[in-house]
Write a protein of this length. Structure first.
Length: 44
């Protein structure tokens, strides 16, 4: 996306992780960076 995230965009991920929809997410890292890591060659 080539831009910094807005606070509200980060909050969406936090709210999801705190919800019951994320009850089966365990032991993983959720990267919320708008694709920056992939753009920089660090993503899968």
């Amino acid at each position: 996306m080539k831009r910094a995230a807005e606070p509200q965009e980060i909050a969406y991920a936090a709210v999801f992780l705190a919800s019951s929809d994320a009850k089966y997410i365990h032991g993983t890292i959720l990267v919320v960076d708008g694709g920056l890591m992939q753009f920089m060659g660090q993503g899968a």
